[in-house]
Design a protein around this ligand. Structure first.
Ligand code: AMP
Ligand code: ZN
Length: 467
């Protein structure tokens, strides 16, 4: 298997630390609001990575954190804690907010068929581990206290910024002015806050440096090392984490343990964008998965849409593109349903069928080229030299990575709805899409005359025998 490593800026052969096992840490959500569909693109990418590793025979220990404290509105330790701010604005407790949005996130990811990470860990449950790392850093001479906060001093290490390839000369001269006067170098960052500026914080804990709370970056170092050890295989996130969050995670983790490298492969997903640029919670329409469902889409339509772009390329969201994804996914479901009616999956592949299987898995194992893999899948379906039994077996097998729920859809749709009825339902959906309501009503009446009812649901049209 090959993976692009942000650290080397190259596609590398993947070699795990321990044979057949992979430790993978993914930065999780900050639970002060719903995830937008841009955030969810990143979790779909991580799920595809995990599934591809599993398909390649690795046992994956997948760890994801829940950020419920310490993530400030500004990346340079400025602003205020996102959860505390939300609490002030809504009058709800920080704990309620965290619990509510964690649950919403879990529901969204489950409906996208994202496999649940083996370990899901909350920052507020790991304060002692974080304090432990600050102590190690203090013992190693990497910290200073200023204005009541404990800072990490980037000048105590010689490779700060290696992931983002930050300009070291610029860093040395402190070229950029810090928003925080207490910092010796503008890139220094807070490990532990006790500063009066944040004195109204509700979530605080005692520490050797006073009552306060941890800096955001600290939690990922503490929890990843707790569950995966001091040295592990893969660390993931969105590309916006490279210049500050992951850069600071690396600095403090390697300084604390004195061992390098902390992580072998850094994998980052590119942004989902819209007309205005990067999709974010503050700009443009705040698009959540529920908004898509309200518009009549299935969450898996969005998953399919994510698969149409390579994870390292920007992907532009539009309803038109989502419509294409929906039609493709429905076509796939219908194909499975019609194959299921006639044949059993035949896993003994002909040479031709095997060549499509190889093309699919080669594309996925080569840095997760999902669009190429989908192209191999569709070519296989169109090839009349591949038997229906092989087609069905391959589709279900490929879906172990795609995660489009083909298994379940097939069982639902395999009831004996005649081809003619299915094709009328499709024609009616097409007419509705084109706003040709006279035609869609006429088809509905024809279906009724044939003894079938059709109902529009957020998951698409549902047909049933009129009893
Ligand atoms: P947050 O909950 O804000 O900490 O973000 C969760 C994840 O979503 C992080 O890994 C971010 O890098 C990622 N992310 C944020 N915006 C986007 C976007 N527009 N497209 C893809 N991923 C994003
Ligand atoms: Zn993180």
């Amino acid at each position: 298997m090959k993976l692009y490593n942000t650290m080397s800026r190259k596609v590398e052969d993947f070699k795990p630390i321990e044979d057949h096992k992979v430790g993978m840490y993914c930065c999780g959500p900050t639970v002060y609001n719903f995830a937008h569909i841009g955030n969810l693109r990143t979790y779909v990418f991580e799920d595809i990575l995990r599934r591809t590793l599993e398909k390649n025979g690795y046992k994956v220990k997948h760890v994801m954190n829940i950020t419920d404290v310490g993530h400030l509105t500004g990346d340079g330790d400025d602003g205020e804690d996102k959860l505390e701010k939300r609490s002030r604005e809504t009058g709800r407790s920080v704990w309620d907010i965290a619990a509510f949005y964690t649950e919403a996130f879990m529901k969204d990811t489950a409906s996208l068929n994202i496999k649940r990470p083996g370990v899901i860990c909350k920052a507020t449950d790991h304060i002692n581990e974080m304090i432990g790392i600050v102590k190690m850093l203090e013992d190693g001479g990497h910290t200073y206290i200023s204005g009541g906060n404990v800072y990490f001093s980037i000048d105590t290490i010689d490779d700060y910024g290696k992931l983002a390839k930050l300009n070291l000369d610029e860093l040395k001269s402190g070229a950029r002015i810090s928003v925080d006067d207490n910092k010796r170098n503008p890139k220094d960052f807070v490990l532990w806050f006790t500063n009066g500026k944040f004195k109204d914080q509700v979530m605080v804990w005692p520490s050797p440096w006073g009552v306060g709370y941890p800096g955001w970056h600290l939690e990922c170092s503490a929890m990843s090392m707790k569950y995966l050890g001091r040295h592990f295989d893969i660390h993931c996130g969105g590309i916006d984490a490279i210049p500050v969050h992951h850069t600071n995670e690396i600095a403090q983790s390697e300084a604390a343990t004195g061992e390098k490298p902390w992580v072998n492969y850094w994998c980052h997903g590119e942004f989902l964008i819209n007309d205005k640029g990067k999709m974010s919670k503050s700009s443009g329409e705040f698009l959540t998965l529920s908004v898509l469902v309200e518009h009549g889409y299935d969450p898996l339509d969005y998953r399919y849409f994510c698969l149409t772009g390579h994870y390292r390329s920007q992907l532009k969201f539009s309803y038109e593109a989502l419509d294409h994804a929906r039609s493709a996914r429905q076509g796939l479901n219908e194909k499975v349903a019609s194959l299921k009616k006639d044949v059993q999956p035949d896993p003994v592949l002909s040479e031709k069928a095997a060549s499509y299987r190889d093309a699919f898995y080669d594309a996925m194992s080569n840095d997760l080229h999902a669009p190429q893999a989908l192209a191999a899948l569709w070519s296989m379906l169109k090839d009349q030299d591949v038997s229906d039994g092989n087609k069905l077996a391959l589709l279900l097998d490929m879906d172990s990575i795609l995660g489009l729920g083909l298994d379940a859809v097939e069982a639902e749709k395999a009831e004996s709805v005649p081809e003619e009825v299915l094709s009328l339902v499709k024609e009616r959906a097409e007419a509705k899409k084109n706003k040709d309501f006279a035609k869609s009503d006429e088809i509905r009446d024809r279906l009724a005359a044939m003894g079938w009812s059709v109902k529009d649901t957020p998951k698409g049209p549902v047909v049933a025998k009129i009893v």
